[in-house]
Structures are given as C-alpha cells and as structure tokens.
Design a protein around this ligand. Structure first.
Ligand code: NAI
Ligand code: 15L
Length: 275
C-alpha cells in the first residue's frame, strides 16, 4: 500500500515513455495527479488535472506548479542532440521549475536525472554516488546541471530533491548493456514512491536500477531513501545473449557505461580505448 503524503502531485513529461508508464501508477501516491507536457496527450481521466506547459516558458511553468505539494519531473529532452532544445528544456526549463517551486513553497522534487551524468565511467567499474560527474554528452551535462541546480535550491531554500539517475527504463531490457542499466517500470514506481515518502530526503542522487546481477552502480550512500528493487534483468539474459552479438571490447560503446550515447551528437575526436 502506498501512503498518500501529497494531496496534489505534479508529473511532467506526461506524454513521454515514462510519463505514460507512470501515469496510472502514480495515482496511488496522491488524491489528484496533475499531468503536464508541451505535447497534447488527450483529456484528463478520473483523479487527474492537465496543465500543458513548455518548460522554457516561466509563466506557464508557474501555472503548472501552482497548488501542488511535490513534483515528479520527467519532462525534457531525453536523448543527445543539438544544444538549443537541450538548453531550453533541460537547463532553462529546470531553472523555471525550481523557481516556480521556490516561489510557491513546493518542498519535494523527484528529478529524472540520467546514467549519462556518469556515462564516461567504464563498464568494468562499479561507481558510487561520491564519484564526480563524468557526462558523456551535452544531454548528460544538462542533467548534471539539473543535479547541481537542485543542490543549490536545497542548500538555499530547503527544497528536497532526489536526483534519480535512471539507467534504462523500458518494458524490457533491450541489449547486453541494459542487463546492468535496466530499471523496470514497477521498480521505477517503487523508487519514486520511496523518494516521495521517505521522512527525510535531503538532497541526494540515487541510481535508478533494478536488482540486476550485473551492477555498475552502488547506491549505499542513498539507503535513507528506502528503495528496495524487486525486479531483475536476469530472466532476460539468455534471450538477449541469443539475439545479440558478443561485444567488441575495443568499442567505446562497450567500454563505457554510456554505451551508444557516446556516438550520438558530434563525433568524438579524443578517444582512445583504455584511457
Ligand atoms: P521521453 O522523451 O519519452 O519523454 C519526455 C517528455 O518531455 C516528452 O513527452 C516531451 O514532449 C517532453 N518535453 C520535452 N521538451 C519539453 C519542453 N521544453 N517542455 C515541456 N515538455 C517537454 O523520455 P522518457 O523516456 O519518458 O524519459 C523521461 C525522463 O527521464 C527524461 O527527463 C529523461 O531524460 C529521463 N531518463 C529516462 C530514461 C529512460 O530509460 N527512459 C533513462 C534516463 C533518464
Ligand atoms: C537515457 O538517459 C535516455 O533518456 C533513455 O532513452 C535511454 O537511452 C537511457 O538513457 C539509456 O542509457 O539506456
């Protein structure tokens, strides 16, 4: 059973993959679920409100945040690409979100950060939450900005945030890399619920992964969140091995945790395997 500690909960990115997957699940966490995106996603259902907003529009973001007690922030550019849309959604947009939260007294945010904040660590490493950011893309840098911005809003204004460095949250793991990075939708909901309900959240990062046998991330410094994953990528392993080739271990996509993100955007020109 989920304790409803917030009457009205805002979820951004409602038209996206995770927004769609979490929409019904998060209704258990509140009396009213306010949904937002810049894209239209149809009418409100029972127990929902809709507040469409472009994150880059401060006035619209203020209206979106008004009257909520907590925010689950999935909205934004979710892949590597040209800088301008990332700037608008993930940098200006996150600033607008925190400014609206500050002005309107919202005290808790679950921020969808990404494994790409630390994508340039190797797949042969298990990193902790104390490892410095090592973004693999402009997208990863924008998520690192969101993490730092939310830290400042905690230190200055007491807005608690969990920066959830989501690995790969899809219905199933799609490839060998995702055997380590996979986060099931049910575990994502468990993780968001833990972030919303833990008595003292403070400001923390936490890696968003299921209870996978292959592990790159150590969440021991975030045990106060109380996240206990219940799913695992392991049942998918055999089928993934059968349908995917063995990795070329000199390929940067196999060396680094960020995988294929290293090849998105402008081509890398300063890479040597093993450095
Ligand atoms: P998605 O791309 O499917 O959904 C993102 C949503 O944000 C879209 O509906 C889009 O319309 C909206 N959006 C984009 N720019 C916007 C703007 N300027 N104003 C308002 N809305 C805007 O992404 P997905 O997979 O649902 O991910 C949700 C969040 O979780 C993203 O922030 C992503 O970076 C993060 N994440 C997701 C992972 C995954 O495995 N699905 C892994 C790591 C992080
Ligand atoms: C992300 O940050 C992306 O939003 C998502 O689409 C996946 O590509 C994921 O990382 C991943 O690394 O698998």
């Amino acid at each position: 059973m989920t304790i409803k500690v917030h009457h009205t909960l805002l979820m951004t990115g409602a038209a996206g993959g995770l927004g769609t997957a979490m929409r019904d699940r998060l209704k258990a966490n509140c009396e009213v679920l306010r949904l937002s995106d810049r894209a239209d996603f149809g009418p409100a259902r029972a127990g929902e409100e809709i507040a469409l907003a472009d994150l880059a529009n401060a006035t619209a973001v203020d209206a979106m945040v008004k009257g909520v007690q907590a925010i689950v922030h999935f909205g934004g550019i979710s892949v590597e690409g040209p800088f301008e849309p990332i700037l608008q959604a993930n940098i200006l947009g996150v600033y607008n979100l925190y400014e609206a939260a500050r002005k309107q007294g919202v005290k808790r945010v679950v921020f969808a950060s990404s494994n790409h904040v630390t994508g340039f660590y190797k797949q042969s490493e298990t990193i902790t939450l104390d490892h410095p950011a090592r973004p693999d893309s402009l997208y990863g840098v924008s998520k690192a900005f969101g993490e730092d911005l939310s830290r400042m809003y905690y230190d200055r204004y007491g807005i608690e945030t969990a920066c959830v460095r989501i690995g790969s949250s899809f219905a199933e793991p799609k490839d060998r890399r995702m055997l380590a990075s996979w986060l099931s939708f049910d575990d994502l909901h468990r993780l968001v619920t833990a972030c919303l309900t833990t008595p003292i959240l403070g400001h923390t990062a936490i890696f968003g992964m299921s209870d996978n046998a292959v592990v790159w991330y150590d969440n021991s410094a975030a045990r106060h969140v109380g996240y206990v994953p219940q799913d695992s990528s392991d049942p998918f392993r055999e089928a993934i091995y059968a349908r995917t080739p063995a990795p070329d271990i000199t390929d940067p996509a196999a060396i680094y945790q960020g995988g294929g993100f290293l090849f998105q955007g402008e081509p890398m020109t300063a890479h040597k395997a093993g450095k």
